[in-house]
Design a protein around this ligand. Structure first.
Ligand SMILES: Cc1cc2nc3c(=O)[nH]c(=O)nc-3n(C[C@H](O)[C@H](O)[C@H](O)COP(=O)(O)OP(=O)(O)OC[C@H]3O[C@@H](n4cnc5c(N)ncnc54)[C@H](O)[C@@H]3O)c2cc1C
Length: 321
């Protein structure tokens, strides 16, 4: 068995952030296993993206460039990846725990009769084993998955746990074409159309998020959160209570049923810190909580707490900016 193979995901003509997070995890693993990182990219007219992938430290990119891959057809992708894995014989295959990764990677693991590290935060080596941490029950429990490193293993990595790998224009790598391999039985599934939901804002990329919860007290009053985010050069976040009350659109929701974010600063205003909210923001680098209740659970994860009325605190804070 040879190298680590990362499945490169594309959306809207760009390499996805989740792939760059997987590459960080793969680089760390490669140092421990003494193996190199290879990548596989599938799509149509993807030469530039394959070249870009080498700038992220991938030594060899397997390019499957074919009109049949213009859209995502899970069976076609699975079959072709199966053929590639048979040829390159990697020791570990890594993809993001995205909708795509969760569809394709378990199918491959089943076809190869291999171990599957599903939705892990990271993947490391302990002695003769690969070890992955899989969160359960909104991270109330962390399960440890382990399998011998001397076999082919499949891994999907959760977003928000590894920084995205930086692009380095000085890096270069080999690009190798690989022909698609699709059997007649795979043709029972056909790609029809891609519909991308309209998203008004992407808070997952924001460096600073000012988030408001039920404690804000109403839709009109929510302008204090929007103004603070604007003034501080960040984005607006929200608890589900604020979204359910229709004070702010769903795209801003943080948590289990919203977004998982890791900004440099997360300012939680009038948010109690229910576990379903915490799973979406607790890996933020600096958390500031503004809450009238000194026993609110958000304070357990906050680096700084201001126990006061947010309607008094935020105007004072903005005067200092
Ligand atoms: C299956 C499931 C999934 C869920 N997913 C999510 C999710 O993705 N995201 C999410 O957020 N929730 C989610 N929830 C809901 C979650 O359990 C909580 O109900 C919700 O997060 C509470 O929102 P909140 O903190 O804004 O409101 P509350 O819990 O009511 O807290 C309001 C807080 O504001 C404080 N406060 C009040 N007035 C002021 C003031 N003037 N100044 C400062 N502080 C003040 C209070 O002390 C309190 O701590 C989910 C629930 C379930 C069951």
């Amino acid at each position: 068995m040879t190298n680590i193979l990362v499945v490169i995901e594309i959306a809207k003509g760009k390499i996805m952030g989740i792939t760059k997070e997987c590459l960080t995890a793969a680089q760390k693993l490669s140092e421990n296993l003494g193996k190199e990182v290879e990548g596989v990219i599938l799509g149509q007219d993807i030469s530039e993206l394959a070249l870009e992938a080498t700038k992220y430290g991938i030594k060899k990119v397997h390019k499957i460039d074919d009109a049949q891959f213009a859209g995502i057809n899970i069976l076609h992708h699975t079959r072709t990846l199966e053929a590639l894995i048979n040829e390159v014989n990697p020791s570990v295959v890594i993809a993001g725990a995205s909708l795509y990764g969760q569809e394709v990677i378990p199918r491959l693991a089943a076809r190869f009769g291999s171990a599957m590290f599903a939705s892990v935060k990271d993947i490391t080596v302990e002695g003769d084993n690969l070890v992955g941490i899989h969160p359960l029950f909104e991270e109330k429990l962390l399960g440890t998955l382990s399998a011998t490193k001397h076999q082919l293993n499949f891994v999907t990595i959760l977003s928000g746990n590894n920084p995205e790998v930086e692009k380095d224009e000085s890096l270069s790598g080999e690009i190798a074409d690989f022909a698609p391999s699709i059997s007649d039985s795979d043709k029972r599934e056909a790609f029809v159309e891609e519909k991308i939901a309209k998203v008004s804002v992407d808070i997952t990329k924001a460096k600073l998020v000012v988030a408001g919860g039920r404690g804000v007290g109403g839709k009109e009053k929510y302008s204090i959160i929007i103004d603070a985010a604007k003034e501080l050069g960040g984005e607006v976040g929200a608890s589900r209570a604020a979204v359910d009350a229709d004070w702010v659109p769903y795209d801003h929701e943080v948590g289990q049923t919203g977004k998982t974010i890791t900004p440099d600063f997360y300012i939680a205003c009038g948010i109690s810190g229910a576990i379903q909210h915490l799973v979406g923001m607790r890996n933020s680098k600096t958390i500031i909580a503004v809450n009238t209740d000194e026993e609110a659970p958000i304070l357990d994860v906050a680096h700084y707490a201001i126990i006061a009325d947010l309607h008094e605190v935020l105007p004072e804070l903005l005067k200092k900016v």
